[in-house]
Design a protein around this ligand. Structure first.
Ligand SMILES: [Cu+2]
Length: 397
């Protein structure tokens, strides 16, 4: 066998190991079922009153049941993690053992009003929990497949067969803060009802992405299984007044952006790199209104912004200049100064610092602006003037 043949054989073996052969057939079947339901609905909607009256009871029953099948119940009223949901700075002189408890959970939630989607999550929200450790800490990750205790509380837990049929017979975690094969994922393939753990020493300060790495890996990530882990330097980070946690993710639904009803995942659109939604923290308007990022004039703001899914972000805040940007998660480097827009690669994160100077409402966007205006990548930062508290909130809404 010559070298080219060996490389080809290796890549075939690798790709089938990574993707899992059954995925394609499964998603095709799901897609077919979904499309049939949609066709039935369309036919139903286009019928005249007489046609409907003439339609047999059995056929009508069929239409009704496919409509019900296409609209699963909502598991959670809130899939998006708040931007202020992160642990405070560590301020520790000593290293310690940091235990992190994670569970995986598939949750049907609204991606926008009247549009539902089944997310795959860590701890029930997108993104997963913000993990904070210090250089030299031993970090112990515990991951259980399914919410612990859910079965005992009468929650309708899925069976192993249902998990396998849905394409998530295992979930796992690959942390980019780990130096070692697979970022821990080979040790952490967790089946339904199982819990596994591993530990690593956080040796390299930085802001890193973690994500699920179970077959089909891109699907698990596209459905929401990602988060950030910060490894603070020994001396800690400089003091700021506000810290926020934001992750942009791209989502691939069968219907177009804004199409009402339940939207199933489109693997075809994922492979074509054609997202319908670009979202900050899990859903449209997750970080707007009363969930907006909030600060006061004169306060120093630090943002940790990552990209969990598959498309690089062009992160910008309309009307703000970033005093300091630490690209590519490299928080030990000297920052870039006075930055307008920063590119964040998939599987990477940045740290941004700036001082709030002028009160008002500022929009966080992907500056590939159709993503912001037409596909969801919008969030709000409200800078309040302490001398006129509440003014922004009133004028903004
Ligand atoms: Cu997973």
């Amino acid at each position: 066998m010559n070298r080219i043949h060996r490389v080809l054989l290796l890549s075939v073996v690798l790709s089938s190991a990574i993707s899992g052969c059954s995925d394609e057939a499964k998603y095709k079947a799901m897609e077919k079922k979904y499309n049939a339901a949609q066709a039935d609905k369309a036919q139903h909607q286009s019928m005249s009153a007489e046609e409907m009256a003439a339609h047999s009871g059995e056929a009508m029953h069929h239409v009704m049941s496919t409509e019900i099948a296409a609209a699963p119940k909502i598991d959670t009223d809130e899939i998006g993690r708040r931007a202020d949901d992160l642990p405070p700075p560590l301020n520790r002189a000593q290293t310690q053992l940091v235990r992190i408890d994670l569970y995986t959970d598939e949750q049907v939630a609204e991606i926008m009003p009247e549009v539902t989607y089944q997310y795959w999550t860590y701890n029930g929200k997108v993104p997963g929990p913000f993990i904070r450790a210090r250089a030299g800490d031993q970090v112990e990750i515990h991951l259980s497949h399914g919410k612990p205790g859910a079965a005992h509380q009468g929650h309708n837990e899925h069976s192993s067969a249902e998990h396998a049929a849905a394409g998530h017979s295992a979930h796992s975690i690959d942390l980019h803060a780990v130096v070692g094969p697979g970022g821990g994922a080979p040790l952490m393939q967790v089946g339904q009802g199982e819990e596994k753990s591993f530990s690593f020493k956080a040796t390299h300060p930085g802001i890193y992405v973690y994500h699920c790495a179970s077959p089909h890996v891109p699907t698990h990530i596209a459905n929401g299984m990602y988060g950030l882990i910060l490894v603070e330097p020994e001396q800690g980070l400089t003091k700021v007044d506000r810290e926020f946690y934001v992750m942009q993710g791209d989502f691939y639904t069968n219907g177009k952006y804004g199409d009402k009803g339940h939207q199933s995942f489109s693997k075809e659109k994922l492979l074509a790199e054609h997202p319908e939604y670009f979202l900050f923290n899990g859903r449209v308007n997750s970080l707007s209104g009363d969930r907006a990022l909030k600060a006061k004039v004169g306060e120093k703001i630090r943002l940790f912004v990552g990209v969990g899914s598959h498309v690089a972000a062009n992160f910008h805040i309309v009307g703000a200049i970033f005093d300091s940007v630490y690209p590519d998660g490299a928080i030990l480097n000297a920052p870039l100064k006075n930055v307008q827009t920063t590119i964040i690669a998939p599987g990477s994160a940045v740290m941004i610092e700036f001082t709030a100077e002028v009160p008002g409402k500022y929009l966080l966007v992907d500056h590939s602006l159709s993503r912001a205006i037409d596909k969801g990548a919008l969030a709000e930062l409200l800078i309040e003037d302490p001398k006129q508290p509440g003014l922004i909130l009133q004028s903004g809404h």
